[in-house]
Design a protein around this ligand. Structure first.
Ligand SMILES: Cc1cc2nc3c(=O)[nH]c(=O)nc-3n(C[C@H](O)[C@H](O)[C@H](O)COP(=O)(O)OP(=O)(O)OC[C@H]3O[C@@H](n4cnc5c(N)ncnc54)[C@H](O)[C@@H]3O)c2cc1C
Length: 401
C-alpha cells in the first residue's frame, strides 16, 4: 500500500468500484480504494436482487438508469445483463399516477407498454389470478444483471492507470491539513473483526494503525457513509434499512423467459438459476445494521401469500434459502451524489435507496467528471447533491420497492 494518493475512495462496493474505473478512464492517476472487506460480504452490492430498470418516476433517476443501461447493453455478456423486461401490476387506485409516470418515461424515450389484464395474461400466462388488477406497465429494455460480475468488471477495467485496492482497513478518523486529507485506518485481521465493525461499529485493535494521505476523498461507504461523514463533520440524513430476499423452487413454473415482476403489493420476484428469487420490503422495519434473515417465518408471512394470490402455479413452493442485506435509504429515496458542501475536495456517492447497482455506471462516470473537470458533462447530476435536504429541493422518488 502506498501512503499517499491523489484520489482515495472509501468503500469498494459497486459504487466505489465504478468511480475507480471512471476516474482511471478519464485520466486520473494515483487512485486508491480502501475497504475493510473488499469481498463485500456485508455490503449491499453482494446482497441485492440484480434488477435494472430505467422506468422510474423522476427524470434524474430515469436518466441515470438509462445511461447505465446503454453501457450494460454494450458489455452484456461480461456482466450477465439480460433485457427480459420489468412488469409492474397495479390496482385501479394507482392507475392515474401510473399514466402520469408513463408519460414522463415515454417523453424520456423509454419504451413502456400499458397492459390490460387480458394482455397481461397473454404475455404472462402463469399470472392467472388478476381479479384485483386494473393494469400493468411492461418495459422490455429493463431486466436483470449479475451484480458481482458488474463489480468485477469495474475493478478489472482500470487499465488507464493502476488502482490500489487496499483491503482489511477500517477508517478510524479523518483530518485535513493544508488541503490534504489524512486518513487514519486500523487493520482488521479476521472475518469476525469485519463483522464487529460493520454490524456494531466496534473498531479493531488500536495497535494496527496506518495513515494514508489523499488530496481528494470520496465517500462511497454505502450504508456506512453517515459514520464516515461524521469524521469530517457532516451529517447525512440516510438510514440503513434491512431488506430480506428468499430463493424458492417451483416445480410447476419455469420463469426463465421473464425478467423482473413487481406485484401491486410491492412484492417482487424473478427467475434465478433454475429457482425463483423474491423480496418484499416490510414497512415496519426499523433502521439499523440488522442482518438477521427470518427464513421460514418471513417466507410464510410476507412472500408465499402474495405469490399465491397471483398464480395457482405458486401453490406449491419449496423454500431453499435467503438472506438479509441493507438499503441505504435517503429521505426522498434518491441517491446523494456530488461535492460535499463547505469542504474542499470531499465528494460523496451513497444512499441509493435500493437502486445503486442499476445506476452505478452513470454515477461513476458523472462523479469522475465533476472531480476531474469541475462539472458534470454527460448528465447533470447537480440536483442529487446533499444540499437539497437543506434547500428543500427534494427528488421524491415514488417508484421504489
Ligand atoms: C435485498 C436487496 C435488494 C436490492 N436489489 C437491488 C436491485 O434489484 N437493483 C439495484 O440496482 N439495487 C438493489 N439493491 C441496492 C444495491 O445493492 C445498493 O444500492 C448498492 O449495492 C450500493 O452499493 P455501494 O457500493 O454504495 O455499497 P456497498 O456495496 O455496501 O459498499 C460499501 C462498502 O464500504 C465499506 N465500508 C463502509 N464503511 C467503511 C469504513 N469505515 N472503512 C472501510 N470500509 C468501509 C463496506 O465494507 C462495503 O464494502 C438492493 C439491496 C438489497 C439489500
Amino acid at each position: 500500500m502506498k501512503q499517499s494518493y491523489h484520489y482515495l475512495i472509501v468503500g469498494g462496493g459497486i459504487i466505489g468500484s465504478s468511480i475507480a474505473m471512471a476516474l482511471s478512464e478519464q485520466g486520473a492517476t494515483k487512485i486508491g480504494v480502501v475497504d475493510c472487506d473488499l469481498t463485500g460480504k456485508w455490503g449491499s452490492s453482494e446482497r441485492n436482487a440484480g434488477g435494472v430498470r430505467a422506468s422510474w418516476g423522476t427524470q434524474v433517476n430515469i436518466d441515470l438508469s438509462k445511461a447505465s443501461i446503454a453501457f450494460y447493453e454494450s458489455v452484456s455478456t461480461e456482466v450477465g445483463f439480460q433485457q427480459k423486461g420489468y412488469l409492474w401490476l397495479y390496482e385501479a387506485s394507482a392507475w392515474p399516477q401510473v399514466l402520469k409516470r408513463t408519460d414522463l418515461q415515454r417523453e424520456a424515450g423509454l419504451n413502456v407498454e400499458l397492459l390490460s389484464p387480458g394482455m397481461i395474461t397473454q404475455k404472462f400466462p402463469f399470472l392467472d389470478r388478476l381479479e384485483d388488477i386494473h393494469g400493468a406497465t411492461f418495459s422490455p429494455q429493463d431486466g436483470l444483471i449479475n451484480p458481482n460480475l458488474l463489480k468485477e468488471y469495474y475493478r478489472s477495467h482500470t487499465s488507464g492507470s493502476k488502482v490500489d485496492w487496499i483491503d482489511h482497513q477500517v477508517i478510524e478518523s479523518i483530518t485535513v491539513d493544508a488541503g490534504v486529507h489524512s486518513i487514519q485506518t486500523r487493520e482488521v485481521q479476521s472475518e469476525s473483526e469485519v463483522e464487529a465493525f460493520l454490524v456494531s461499529g466496534a473498531l479493531p485493535d488500536e495497535q494496527r494503525l496506518t495513515r494514508i494521505k489523499a488530496k481528494v476523498l470520496i465517500n462511497a461507504a454505502g450504508c456506512w457513509a453517515p459514520q464516515l461523514a461524521e469524521m469530517y463533520g457532516k451529517e447525512i440524513p440516510s438510514k440503513p434499512l434491512r431488506r430480506q430476499v428468499v430463493v424458492m423452487h417451483c416445480q410447476a413454473l419455469d420463469l426463465s423467459d421473464f425478467g423482473m415482476m413487481v406485484d401491486a403489493s410491492g412484492l417482487y420476484f424473478h427467475h434465478e438459476a433454475g429457482n425463483i428469487l423474491a423480496g418484499y420490503a416490510v414497512s415496519s422495519e426499523k433502521p439499523g445494521y440488522a442482518f438477521e434473515y427470518e427464513g421460514q417465518d418471513y417466507f410464510m408471512k410476507e412472500i408465499w401469500p402474495r405469490l399465491v394470490k397471483r398464480s395457482s402455479g405458486f401453490e406449491r413452493l419449496k423454500l431453499i434459502g435467503g438472506w438479509a442485506g441493507l438499503y441505504a435509504v435517503s429521505p426522498d429515496k434518491s441517491a446523494i451524489i456530488g461535492a460535499v458542501s463547505g469542504l474542499d475536495n470531499v465528494y460523496e456517492a451513497h444512499s441509493f435507496s435500493g437502486h445503486g447497482v442499476m445506476q452505478s455506471y452513470a454515477v461513476g462516470r458523472g462523479l469522475a467528471e465533476l472531480i476531474l473537470k469541475g462539472q458534470y458533462q454527460s448528465l447533470d447530476l447537480g440536483g442529487l447533491s446533499g444540499e437539497r435536504f437543506t434547500q428543500g429541493d427534494l427528488i421524491e422518488e415514488t417508484l421504489d420497492i
